[in-house]
Ligand binder design. Structure first.
Ligand code: SF4
Length: 340
């Protein structure tokens, strides 16, 4: 077994770690990741509210339920609905509002003026940090989002293998996507990068992704297991064994001790929370208010109406693990001191 405590690995070492399957070695991997998380932030876990405010999209990503060609019911929420849901989430105890959208042509047509107004309200009136996940936008729009006060720009390549990218994000440009993210960072926003597990990638591809995330200076790094979506070209592909996602989370934690690493409720609902935290995640994402009519992404309805994806539910599980949800002030201090 490699010395995991050093935190820096060559590509070959990363591939070797991704290959391990012996229970004792896996335990060392997860224990190392957990102890790093504990050293960095004690018993605190952060929590993000998820507001997926438009499911219209001009793109045709092959893994996605909301791809343009999928004949599904879509929604575009009003400003009032978006703000009301954001406020409900904030009052329930989330640390940040993640405003997520498909690449909705309507918002591109109006150059994101509505989104800018929403960001300003959440930042100034609700005094809450904002992450914007708008897909690829041009630099002029990034300027507007940064000036409105958005703290984060989230944009996932999903893979850093250009051939695989072409298959996953059909008809889209790898460099344009990467450059939008880099420009947001240059404008002072924190950036989130992400990868999908189980979409035909090799361990070498994963190692490349892990290294790229550090090279581009991503402060939040996420991995999610692929979940097949009805009506999409990848509908018949299998969802991967979750061990791959857990190993990647653990490696991210070991390589990037300060990073925010999500345990997304979007993949396995609330029942998947514990394993991801135990692998080294320090942040719960995809918290959605019950019966709000807002969707998730990979599992668009799982646990939502039943109230499974709430701060309350997460708190119960965290308490059993000796952990707690951080306050908004603790989160603000973390992103202004530890990350910036
Ligand atoms: S992943 Fe995002 S950009 Fe791609 S089709 Fe889905 S909503 Fe659109």
């Amino acid at each position: 077994m490699l010395d995991l405590s050093k935190g820096k690995f060559t590509k070959e070492e990363l591939i070797n770690i991704l290959d391990i399957n012996e229970p004792e070695e896996l335990q060392i991997l997860f224990d190392t990741a957990q102890s790093i998380r504990r050293n960095m932030q004690g018993n605190k876990i952060f929590a993000y509210g998820f507001v997926y405010f438009t499911t219209f999209c001009r793109n045709n990503c092959n893994f996605c339920y909301y791809r343009k060609s999928n004949d599904i019911k879509r929604y575009r929420k009003t400003v009032e609905e978006i703000l009301e849901t954001s406020k409900t989430l904030i009052d329930s105890g989330v640390n940040l509002i993640d405003l997520t959208m498909g690449e909705d042509p309507e918002y591109h047509r109006e150059e994101f003026d509505t989104v800018v107004a929403i960001i300003k309200t959440i930042k100034n009136q609700y005094e809450t940090p904002v992450m914007i996940s708008p897909g690829v936008v041009d630099n002029k729009i990034v300027d507007k989002l940064a000036e409105a006060g958005a703290d984060w720009y989230a944009l996932y390549q999903e893979t850093h293998n250009r051939e695989l990218f072409k298959k996953l994000r059909h008809g889209q440009d790898y460099d344009q996507r990467m450059n939008a993210k880099l420009y947001a960072k240059q404008r002072g926003m924190l950036i989130e990068e992400g990868l999908l597990a189980g979409v035909g990638e090799s361990n070498e591809d994963i190692a490349d992704s892990l290294m790229t995330m550090g090279e581009i200076g991503a402060s939040q790094v996420r991995v999610m297991s692929f979940v097949p979506q009805e009506g999409s070209p990848m509908e018949k592909c299998k969802t991967p064994d979750r061990l791959e996602e857990m190993k990647i989370i653990a490696l991210m934690r070991i390589m990037y001790p300060h990073a925010l690493i999500p345990a997304s409720l979007d993949v396995d609902g609330i029942s998947g929370l514990k394993d991801r935290i135990n692998a080294g995640a320090n942040l719960i994402t995809s918290i959605i208010p019950p019966k709000s009519g807002f969707m998730g992404v990979a599992q668009n309805t799982m646990d939502v109406d039943e109230g499974g994806r709430t701060v309350e539910e997460a708190k119960i599980i965290l308490a059993e693990m000796g952990l707690r949800i951080a306050s908004r002030d603790e989160y603000k201090a973390y992103i202004s001191e530890d990350l910036k």
